[in-house]
Every structure is written in C-alpha cells, then in structure tokens.
Design a protein around this ligand. Structure first.
Ligand SMILES: Cc1cc2nc3c(=O)[nH]c(=O)nc-3n(C[C@H](O)[C@H](O)[C@H](O)COP(=O)(O)O)c2cc1C
Ligand code: SF4
Ligand code: SF4
Length: 317
C-alpha cells in the first residue's frame, strides 16, 4: 500500500517536473533581488501558533540570533501591526500546516501586508505528519512574502506532535508524539544560522511547489467538509471559568464564551478553542464522538513536551 502510494506520488512529481521554475523565479514569479541590508541588526520572528509548537521553534531561532548579537522581536501575528514590518532587517514567518496548507487566516494576513521591498524573508512551518504537504505550505508563505517584494532566503519544516483532535488515536499520532526531540531542536538552531549566513552572503532562495497527491487533496473544500463532520460545537457554561483563552486563540472571532456561542459560519475548524481551553469547557463532537483537547491528550498519554535548554536563560522580546 505504502509502495503503491509512493509510486503514484513520484509519478505525479515527475509530471510536475515539466513545469520546474526558471532560476531566480518562484512559482513563475521574478524575485526582487536587491537586499535592503546585508548585515541585519533587527530581526522579527512572526508566528501563528495554536498549540505552541511553531512559536517554540520561533523562540529558539530568536535565542540563536540573539546569541549572534541581533535584536530580536518575537511576535504573535494576530496582534501585530503590519505597518511595523518595514522597520526590520530580516523577517521570519512561522505557521503550522493546517489541512495540507498554510491556514487561511495566515495567508489572508500575509496577502494584506504592505510592501516589504528588499527585506530578506524566511518561512518555517511546524507540521504533524510526514505526508502533511509541508513543502507546499512553505512555498505558499514564501510566495506571499515575495509578492510583497521580500527576498526569500530560506524555508524549513519541523515536525511535532500532531495537534488534530479528531485523530488522537491514529498511527501517525503515535509516530509523532515524542517530538520535538533534540534532533528537531538541533535542526532549528542550524536553520537560524543558515538564514543569517544567507543574508550576509546575499543568497536568494528559489522554491517551487510540488504537485504531490496531497496537493490534489488540498483542492477539496477540506475545512467545509470537516465542519460537516463537527456535529456539535458549543461552550459548556457549567465548566467555563471565563478565562477567554478560546477567544484569544480563535483566529476569526467565532467563539463567544460569555454567550456560550460559536459562530459556525465563521469557524475555520482549527480546534484552537478546544485545544487551549484549560477547563474542558469547549464542547466539540466529531461524527457524533466527543472530542477532547490537547492538554487532556498530553495528560492521558502522560507526555511532557521537551523544551530546549536555551529557554532557561534566553529572553526574546
Ligand atoms: C486543524 C488542523 C489541521 C492540521 N492539518 C495538518 C496537515 O494538513 N498536515 C500536517 O502535517 N499537520 C497538520 N496538523 C498538525 C499541525 O500542523 C501540527 O501539530 C503543528 O505543529 C501545530 O502547530 P502549533 O502548535 O504551532 O499550532 C493539523 C492540525 C490541526 C489542528
Ligand atoms: S477557554 Fe474554556 S474556560 Fe476559558 S473562556 Fe473559553 S470556554 Fe471558558
Ligand atoms: S471557534 Fe472555530 S475557528 Fe475559532 S478557535 Fe474554535 S475551531 Fe478555531
């Protein structure tokens, strides 16, 4: 089964090779090549993160770059004013992969930023499965940044525990639940160093989406289909402590705990509310089965997420 799937995948990729991009172009688009600066001083690491993996990797990159003498700002995309982007010499954008792509709220946000002409940009994603279409999600982020005249200097994907509650019991879940490990963090540190070296050397990264099978699946209305499977989604007023974490985590302002209400039309089925509620008060049923969130998953599996040693002393703004 695995072999057959790989064979089909490779065949599709070979077909896609017929449309490989020209050097200096990404997805057919010419990359702006004039670096604003080759000796960066101010770095912005901008993350969207629901269960904390992407921001953990972003923070570690910040620690590495700070250790190399750079001033680092680590920010959550949702509260960040895009007008401030042009004040930085290097921008790293991090996101999870959701539904085989960059989450819609991330791509919408990036599509609306002002021009960042000549600023080197890098992308990183955290993802939950080897076939999660992370490569194309990275290309998507770089493409959006290049459209705003940022200069791509690199991209990388880091695997973590899959945070998708409807598949807590899958084999993929088990294969990823020891992550991130030391090797993941080692690669994160390396990546930060490589990005800085690329900027100093004026090296532009080229990238190209692959026509993988997952890319075909991505064309389906996955969020819409998933929302059909969510048979109940509300707030249990008897458990809710009104901490508002779900509101803060919701990327589209769809959950209102004081009214015990979820706006199902707006909802992106990202499970951010369920995965972050400390009181088990977000109710979600998937195909009639009651789901539980990430804190409960960690508790039931007796998992502790490994933190990099740098976090004991490093402070990023
Ligand atoms: C709604 C949802 C959809 C997901 N879809 C994918 C996917 O298509 N491919 C993948 O590799 N991982 C997928 N994942 C797993 C996440 O990408 C992964 O757990 C990531 O590290 C979460 O990052 P965060 O902790 O920064 O939110 C999904 C998780 C959620 C909650
Ligand atoms: S996160 Fe949970 S406890 Fe906090 S406001 Fe939302 S539903 Fe209530
Ligand atoms: S209400 Fe929907 S969009 Fe908002 S956090 Fe919950 S699942 Fe995500």
């Amino acid at each position: 089964m695995e072999t057959r799937r790989n064979f089909i995948k490779k065949s599709v990729v070979v077909c896609a090779a017929l449309s490989l991009p020209l050097p200096g172009t990404a997805n057919g688009q010419t990359i702006h090549r004039e670096f604003k600066i080759r000796d960066p001083k101010r770095v912005l690491i901008l993350c969207y993160s629901q269960t904390g993996f992407t921001s953990r990797y972003g923070k570690l990159m910040g620690c590495v770059l700070q250790g190399k003498g750079l001033a680092v700002d680590l920010a959550d995309m949702r509260g960040f004013d895009p007008k401030l982007l042009t004040g930085y010499d290097l921008i790293l954008v991090g996101s999870p992969v959701f539904y085989y792509d960059t989450p819609a709220n991330v791509s919408d946000w990036l599509a609306a930023i002002p021009k960042i002409t000549g600023i080197p940009v890098a992308a990183f994603v955290s993802f939950g499965g080897p076939e999660g279409n992370q490569h194309n999600s990275l290309c998507h982020i770089l493409h959006l940044l290049a459209e705003k005249e940022g200069i791509p200097v690199g991209m990388e994907a880091f695997r973590s525990i899959p945070s998708y509650p409807a598949s807590w019991d899958s084999a993929n879940q088990r294969s990823g639940e020891h992550l991130p490990d030391d090797a993941t963090y080692h690669r994160v540190r390396e990546f930060a160093g490589e990005i800085l070296a690329a900027v100093k050397q004026g090296r532009v990264a080229t990238y190209s989406s692959e026509l993988a099978l997952r890319e075909v699946v991505r064309m389906l209305p996955l969020v819409w289909l998933n929302k059909r499977a969510i048979t109940r989604h509300t707030v249990d007023g008897s458990k809710c402590i009104l901490c508002r974490t779900c509101e803060k985590k919701c990327p589209v302002d769809a959950i209102h705990p004081e009214k015990r209400l979820v706006d199902h039309d707006k909802c992106l089925a990202c499970f951010g509310c369920l995965n972050n509620c400390p009181a088990d008060a977000v109710v979600m049923e998937y195909g009639g089965k009651k789901l539980y969130g990430f804190p409960e998953y960690l508790r039931r599996r007796q998992l502790t997420i490994l933190e990099p040693p740098e976090f004991q002393h490093c402070r990023t703004g």
